[in-house]
Design a protein around this ligand. Structure first.
Ligand code: DLL
Length: 430
C-alpha cells in the first residue's frame, strides 16, 4: 500500500490543485509588485500590472526570471520580505556560474521540510528507519532539507554531512542505516567500498540527487547496495531541494504542485512546448515568501507528463533531468549530453566515475573520456587495457555518432564533488 506524508495534498484533484495555483499566483504577483522594485520594473517593461494576472492562464504573460537577474540583484534585491522576517540562507555554486544566495522565512522552511518529508515517505521512509544523510550541511540545501524531512517523518537521523568515507561506512554498518541520502556519484563510490570491504549493511533504500544520473547508474547502485534508489530534484533559489521527488513507480519525479507551477520551454526561443516534448523546465515558486521567483529558467532539460501515476499522487511528473542546457556539449556540430556518455560506459560494464574533457585542436573539437577501470583490471596486461579502450571507442561512436578518445585510469582517481560532481571540463571555453 502506497503511503503519503500529506495525502490530502499529494492526491488532491486537478481542480483543487488549479484553484490553489490560481490563488497563490495572483497573491504572489501582488506581493512582488508591492515589495520588489526590480520585479515591478520587469513587469512594467512588459506592460503589465497585477490586474493582468488573474490565474495560471495568465502565467505566460509574465517575464522570465534567470540566474542573471539574481546576479543583478545580489544580495538583497529580490527579497520580498525584510531580512528581519528571514531566518536563514542557503547558497549554491551550482554546476556553472557564480554563487547565488537564497533567503527563507520560517514558513518557507516549514513548507520545505514538508516537501522533503513527502520525498522520504515516497521512498518508503518510516519512524523505524535510520536515515544516513551524507549530503553536505551548512550553506548547501541538501543536508538540512533531508534532515528536516526525515525528522518530520520520525526517522532516526544521522547528520553525517559529506566526506570522511571511513566514518560514513562505520556508522552505516554499526548503526544499521536503512536509508542513504547523498549524491548518486557518492552513493556509487560508497557502494564500491562496501563491496570491497565486505561490510554487513542494512540499507533498503536511497534518496539521491543534486546531479544528473542515468537509469543504468540507478541499476548499478541498486544492485551493489541491495536497495531501491529514488531520485530527488531541487534548486537553492526555488525553495531548496525537494522541488520534485520519485515515488514507488520510479518513473519520473512528482513536482510539488501546491508550491510550484511547472512549464517546459524551448531553451533557445523560450516558446512553451507541449507536454511530452523535451525542453527547459521553468518553475514559478508561488508559496515562497522571502525570495519568490516566478517563471524561473532552471536550465534543466526534462519532459513533463500528466499521465496518471500508479502511486496515486496527482502532481505532474518531470522526467529525470537529462542535464542542463548549459551542460549540453556541441562537439563537431553534434549535441551530446554527459548522461548519454554515462549510459554507454555503464552498458559496457564500466564504473560511473568518469570525466569528459573537450578541447579544440587545429580547429577541430576533440572529446576525451576518462573512466576508472574496474579494480581487477589493474593487474591486466597493457594489451588487454588497450583492447578495452578500443571497444569503448567503438561503442561511443555507435551511440553518439562521433569519435571519442577513451582513457582508462586507476580506480578512485577521479575526484568526486561533495555537492555536485564536475563531469565536464570544456577547455574551449577558456
Ligand atoms: O543541488 C538541490 C538538491 C540537493 C537536489 C540535494 C537534490 C538533492 P543547487 O545546489 O542549487 O541545489 O543546484 C541545483 O542541481 O538546477 C540541477 O541542474 C541540479 N540537480 C539537482 N537535483 C538534480 C537531479 C541542489 N535529481 C541544480 N538530477 C539544478 C539532475 C539535478 N540534476
Amino acid at each position: 500500500m502506497e503511503r503519503y506524508y500529506q495525502p490530502e495534498i499529494e492526491t488532491a484533484s486537478r481542480e483543487q490543485l488549479t484553484a490553489w495555483q490560481d490563488q497563490h499566483l495572483t497573491a504572489q504577483v501582488r506581493s512582488l509588485w508591492d515589495s520588489v522594485p526590480y520585479y515591478r520594473q520587469k513587469m512594467e517593461a512588459a506592460g503589465l500590472t497585477p490586474a493582468d494576472i488573474q490565474g495560471i492562464g495568465d502565467l505566460g504573460k509574465l517575464p522570465f526570471m534567470t540566474r542573471e537577474d539574481l546576479t543583478a540583484c545580489y544580495p538583497f534585491g529580490m527579497l520580498a520580505r525584510p531580512t528581519a522576517d528571514c531566518v536563514t540562507i542557503h547558497s549554491s555554486a551550482g554546476t556553472t556560474g557564480k554563487k547565488l544566495i537564497a533567503f527563507y522565512t520560517q514558513r518557507d522552511l516549514e513548507l520545505w521540510e514538508d516537501r522533503c518529508a513527502r520525498a522520504v515517505t515516497a521512498a518508503g521512509g518510516m519512524r523505524e528507519d535510520v536515515c544516513q544523510i551524507s549530503f553536505g550541511y551548512g550553506l548547501f540545501t541538501g543536508g538540512a532539507g533531508l534532515d528536516g524531512g526525515c525528522r518530520r517523518v520520525g526517522c532516526l537521523t544521522l547528520p553525517m554531512s559529506a566526506g570522511n568515507t571511513d566514518r560514513q561506512l562505520q556508522f552505516m554498518e554499526d548503526l544499521g542505516a536503512t536509508i542513504l541520502c547523498c549524491t548518486p556519484s557518492y552513493a556509487a563510490y560508497l557502494a564500491e567500498c562496501v563491496q570491497e570491504r565486505g561490510l554487513k549493511i542494512s540499507l533498503r533504500s536511497g534518496i539521491f540527487g543534486a546531479e544528473p544520473w542515468s537509469e543504468e547508474m540507478r541499476r548499478s547502485i541498486e544492485e551493489k547496495l541491495g536497495i531501491k534508489a529514488y531520485d530527488i530534484y531541487g534548486l537553492t533559489e526555488l525553495g531548496g531541494m525537494g522541488v520534485a521527488f520519485e515515488c514507488s513507480a520510479q518513473d519520473g519525479l512528482h513536482i510539488n504542485e501546491d508550491s510550484f507551477i511547472a512549464e517546459v520551454v524551448d531553451p533557445e526561443t523560450g516558446e512553451a512546448l507541449p507536454e511530452g516534448q523535451a525542453g527547459e523546465l521553468v518553475l514559478s515558486a508561488v508559496t515562497q515568501e522571502a525570495m519568490p521567483l516566478l517563471r524561473y529558467r532552471t536550465r534543466d532539460i526534462c519532459v513533463l507528463s500528466r499521465a496518471a501515476c500508479p502511486c496515486g499522487r496527482t502532481h505532474i511528473k518531470m522526467s529525470k533531468p537529462m542535464g542542463r542546457s548549459d551542460d549540453m556539449l556541441v562537439i563537431k556540430g553534434v549535441n551530446v549530453f554527459p548522461s548519454q556518455i554515462e549510459t554507454v560506459l555503464l552498458a559496457q560494464g564500466f564504473s560511473c566515475n568518469y570525466q569528459i574533457i573537450v578541447d579544440r585542436l587545429n580547429g577541430t573539437d576533440t572529446l576525451e573520456v576518462l573512466v576508472e577501470m574496474p579494480p581487477e583490471a589493474l593487474t591486466d596486461k597493457l594489451r588487454r587495457i588497450n583492447e578495452m579502450e578500443r571497444s569503448m571507442v567503438a561503442a561511443m561512436k555507435s551511440a553518439l555518432g562521433i569519435r571519442a578518445k577513451v582513457r582508462l585510469v586507476p580506480p578512485k582517481t577521479i575526484t568526486r564533488g561533495e555537492e555536485h560532481t564536475v563531469r565536464v571540463v570544456d577547455k574551449r571555453k577558456k
